[in-house]
Design a protein around this ligand. Structure first.
Ligand code: SF4
Length: 364
């Protein structure tokens, strides 16, 4: 996955699809023939070359269905897509969407993907095309369904765990879920699968508990952890458990200690962002979302439109209208790919980020 991602980023930086860059003003800069190096402006300030900000998909968020066996407190999907909760995409439609988008990593989420009767054929079909699949699950069906899959370096099971037993079961609003997810992880590891976990940090989360959780998961041989803040957005922001940008920065002030101790899957640029060391622009285009209604724009969180084609999403979305300071709905957003080793944010922003990103990838 690391090698694929490093090659993909380099290729797309150097040869971006012109039609996806339409709303970016690209100044041809004859003094800068290499095109990826900063420009020295007349006022003496350095300005990243527009090539640094090229748009291309990194991780496809594929939602074959929104139905779920749980009703987790923080889930926006089961609320936003209530009217289509019984609909689902076929495996063929999912594989076609993954081809249409071309992102090297496909995160299959939902809903609960294991409820889809063709989940194993869909996963195998996407992997067959050379892509990497991160299959996100609440873990309740992992013990039963793992046998339908082939262990592969292109496949991760990504199990949702928001805390130790008591608090995780509160977050998912059902007793016994934590224990079943743990049994699922043990089983998947015994069959030779790669397993990672995905933790959402809420206003009430005690980061010491997350540390203990990761220490325990280490004893089970878990391969990596994604950790993300619960921030308010349109489908869920009436709830008190979500954090503002200031809350998040306070909560994640020690994230670098976590990163040193545990195999976090976020790149260093995203961690700087989380701990408030820097601001990053919106990179919604890096994580396109496809579901039963089509290509969801502009992003995983906000729905202003569903487009029929990926091309439409990339060319018809007014990307520059979004992001903190441009749209009030984006104010507390700290969105990221979540569990891939490239977090789209790391390929944008500053010139050195691309190199930081690639050297981080190669150090993994
Ligand atoms: S800044 Fe706004 S548009 Fe961009 S990813 Fe966040 S919520 Fe979506």
């Amino acid at each position: 996955m690391v090698a694929t991602m490093a090659g993909y980023i380099a290729k797309n930086k150097l040869r971006p699809r012109a039609e996806w860059q339409k709303t970016v003003i690209v100044d041809e800069d004859s003094s800068n023939p290499f095109r990826i190096i900063h420009t020295l402006r007349t006022d003496g300030q350095r300005e990243s070359h527009p090539m640094i900000n090229k748009r291309f998909p990194i991780v496809l968020m594929l939602e074959p269905l929104h139905a779920c066996n749980l009703t987790c407190t923080g889930c926006g999907r089961i609320r936003e897509y209530e009217s289509t909760i019984r609909e689902r995409l076929t495996a063929a439609e999912c594989i076609a969407a993954s081809d249409e988008c071309g992102a090297p990593i496909v995160s299959i989420c939902g809903g609960e993907p294991f409820l889809h009767p063709e989940i194993h054929t869909m996963t195998a079909g996407i992997i067959e095309k050379g892509r990497h699949v991160i299959l996100c699950t609440n873990g309740m069906f992992l013990r039963k369904k793992a046998k339908d899959f082939q262990p592969s370096t292109n496949l991760f099971f990504n199990v949702h765990l928001d805390g130790l037993q008591k608090n995780h079961d509160i977050a998912v609003e059902r007793e016994g879920v934590y224990q079943e997810a743990i049994e699922g992880i043990k089983h998947a590891k015994s069959l030779g699968f790669q397993v990672m976990t995905n933790t959402t940090v809420y206003k009430e989360t005690d980061m010491n508990e997350i540390w203990q959780l990761f220490e325990y998961l280490e004893t089970l041989g878990v391969d990596g952890h994604a950790i993300s803040p619960a921030y308010g957005y349109s489908a869920v922001n009436d709830r008190e458990i979500f954090m503002t940008r200031e809350d998040i920065i306070e909560k994640f002030k020690d994230i670098e200690k976590f990163d040193k101790r545990f195999p976090l899957t976020h790149n260093p640029v995203f961690l700087e962002f989380l701990s408030g060391k820097r601001e990053l622009p919106c990179t919604a285009w890096g994580n396109p979302t496809y579901n039963v209604k089509g290509w969801k724009g502009p992003c995983y969180l906000i729905t202003d439109n569903h487009y029929k084609t990926f091309e439409d999403l990339m060319t018809k979305t007014r990307w520059n209208d979004y992001g903190a300071g441009n749209d009030p709905r984006c104010e507390h957003c700290m969105v990221h790919c979540g569990y891939e080793p490239s977090a789209a944010l790391g390929i944008n922003g500053k010139f050195m980020d691309t190199f930081k990103q690639i050297s981080w990838l190669l150090s993994k």
